[in-house]
Design a protein around this ligand. Structure first.
Ligand SMILES: NC(=O)c1ccc[n+]([C@@H]2O[C@H](COP(=O)([O-])OP(=O)(O)OC[C@H]3O[C@@H](n4cnc5c(N)ncnc54)[C@H](OP(=O)(O)O)[C@@H]3O)[C@@H](O)[C@H]2O)c1
Length: 210
């Protein structure tokens, strides 16, 4: 039996445990590498209508799609440029997606940075909070109309938003989100404190009902 990072038996087998995805449209962020790329590869083997492979670099996105297609030649991949550190990039990506697609069944909010050096996103958010949480929150907000339409379409409409947190959320401040540290570089929190705060925010985001 395969084992996960924490030596917990992992019984999930994507080959048999991912249900048929016929007709579904999927968008995965940070899908040029790691878990995101693997997710696209696994989804592609269950016959979805389209998978949007979003990445901040279109060159990297293209290279990942080429790799995936060596294993699944007919993978219905579309590339989307998306830099979660920039609201302009997020708005542009959401606009392109919404103009080209009339449904969205799975939105996988996968992209993430861990323990990055102090910095700010384009709009001045603490870098890890800005990319891991704010960017995904804005993307979700902009895609809610198409997610909502899909959910209400009544045909094959089991819509999912998948948020990827981390056990590192436990490194967030004990009192929870420190709202005074969201628009500063937050050096004093340390790289893992900032990461933990961003991943705690993701858990809270997933818990709220839309
Ligand atoms: N791997 C683990 O064991 C583990 C454990 C717990 C949680 N997670 C979470 O799972 C997710 C994926 O992890 P991973 O291990 O697959 O990480 P990874 O291999 O480092 O991939 C992260 C992805 O996020 C993208 N990204 C970074 N900054 C971005 C930005 N500003 N805009 C758009 N995309 C950006 C990266 O693109 P570039 O290639 O351009 O940098 C890359 O495609 C993350 O959210 C991570 O926190 C992973």
């Amino acid at each position: 039996m395969p084992f996960s990072l924490f030596n917990i038996p992992a019984s999930f087998d994507p080959k048999k445990d991912i249900l048929p995805l016929d007709g579904k449209i999927i968008l995965v962020t940070g899908a040029n590498s790691g878990l995101g790329k693997q997710a696209v590869l696994e989804y592609a083997q269950h016959n979805p209508a389209q998978i949007w492979l979003a990445a901040r670099s279109l060159d990297k996105a293209e290279a990942a799609a080429d790799d995936i297609k060596t294993l699944v030649p007919n993978a219905p991949i579309k590339l989307l440029q998306l830099d979660l550190s920039s609201f302009d990039s997020i708005k542009k990506a959401a606009k392109i997606f919404s103009a080209e697609s009339d449904r969205l069944d799975i939105l996988m909010l996968n992209a993430g940075i861990m323990a990055a050096a102090p910095g700010l996103t384009r709009e001045g958010y603490e870098y890890q909070f800005g990319i891991n949480y704010m960017g995904h929150a804005l993307l979700t907000k902009l895609l809610l109309p198409v997610l909502d339409r899909t959910a209400k379409s009544g045909t094959n409409s089991d819509v999912r938003i998948v948020s990827i947190s981390s056990a590192g959320y436990a490194q967030a401040p004990a009192e929870g989100i420190n709202f005074g540290m969201l628009k500063v570089t937050a050096d004093s929190m340390g790289a893992f404190g900032r990461f933990g705060q961003s991943k705690l925010a993701i858990i809270l985001f997933a818990r709220q009902s839309f």
